[in-house]
Design a protein around this ligand. Sequence first.
Ligand SMILES: Nc1nc2c(c(=O)[nH]1)N[C@H]1C(S)=C(S)[C@@H](COP(=O)(O)O)O[C@H]1N2
Ligand SMILES: [Mo]
Length: 314
Amino acid sequence: MLIRIAPPHLLRETEITPPEVYASRRRFLQQLGLAGIALAAPGLGRAQSPGPGALKISTRRERAGGEKPNSFEDVSSYNNYYEFGTAKDEPARNAGKLKTRPWTVVVDGECEAPAQVDIDSLLAGALEERIYRHRCVEAWSIVVPWLGIPLGDFLKRFKPTSKARYVAFETLYDDQQMPLARFSGLQLPYREGLRIDEAMHPLTLLSVGMYGRVLPNQNGAPLRLTVPWKYGFKSIKSIVRIRFTEKQPATTWSALAPDEYGFYANVNPAVDHPRWSQSRERRLGELFKRDTLMFNGYPEVASLYSGLDLRRYY
Ligand SMILES: Nc1nc2c(c(=O)[nH]1)N[C@H]1C(S)=C(S)[C@@H](COP(=O)(O)O)O[C@H]1N2
Ligand SMILES: [Mo]
C-alpha cells in the first residue's frame, strides 16, 4: 500500500488561519467592544514589563506609516520558525531550548576582512528602533518595533570585494536543540540570501531585539534579518553565518518550491502565489482583510528593480 503523507513544508492556503482560530478570545471581545470585560480578567491584557533583557535605544524611526504596532504577545506567540515546529504556536512553546550564548557569527567569503563576531559586541553598540510592517507570504501581517543595526553598516566592516554580488545567510542547525527540525520538510540549515545592493539598502536591518528588549528565541534570537519590503521568509532567524558570494546563493524556500517562492520575494499584490491571492492580507488582531501594498509600502526600494520583470523575478 502506498501511504502518502502530506508534506508539512508546503505552506498551504488552509494554513492561512482564519481569525476565528488565531485571534485570541480576548481580541474577539475587544473587536466586539467588550474589551473592558476581557481586560478585567486577571492575567489578560497585561502590559509587558521591561524585565531582563531590556536594551538601550539610541535612535527611533517609525516606518510603518503611523500604523499601530501589534502587541508583544501577538508577535511572540504566532510565529514561523520551522526548526521548532510547523504550527504557529510551536516556536513559542519549543524555542526555549535554544541556547543563545555563547554565540558567534562567522562572516566570510568575498571580503578582505573575514571575522567572527560575538553577539555581545553587537548588543554593546548603538541600537536603532525601527517600526516596520512585516508581511508573510501566507497573507498575514504584523507591525513590529524591531531593534538593531542597519545591515549595510555591519557588512562594510568586513570590506566586501568587487566580486561580492550577493550575501548568503545561514541559521543555526542543531537537532539536539531542535528535535522537531527533522520533521519540518525543509532542507536545513535554513538559508537565505540577498543581492548586495538589497543587503546594503538602508531599510535592511540586522535585528537583535524587539519591543525594547532582546529577541525572544521564537522570533530568532540572538540575531535575525528584517527585510520589510520582502515576504517574511527572507527574514532569516538565529543567524550563525554570513557569506559574501559572487553567485546567487541557494535559499531554502526557493530550492524547495521554486515556482512558489522566488529568490526576490518582494511583496507584490499583483503577483499571486500559485495557490492563493497576494492582493489582500490579514493583520493579526484584525477581523477584516486589508489591501497588500506594493513592496509592502516601501516604494523607495523600487529603484533596486528597475529593468527587472517582477513577474519573472518574483
Ligand atoms: N530559520 C528560520 N527563519 C525563518 C523562518 C523559519 O522557519 N526558520 N520562517 C520565516 C517566515 S516564513 C516568517 S513569516 C518569519 C516570521 O518571523 P516572526 O515569527 O518573528 O514573525 O520568519 C522567517 N524566518
Ligand atoms: Mo512567512
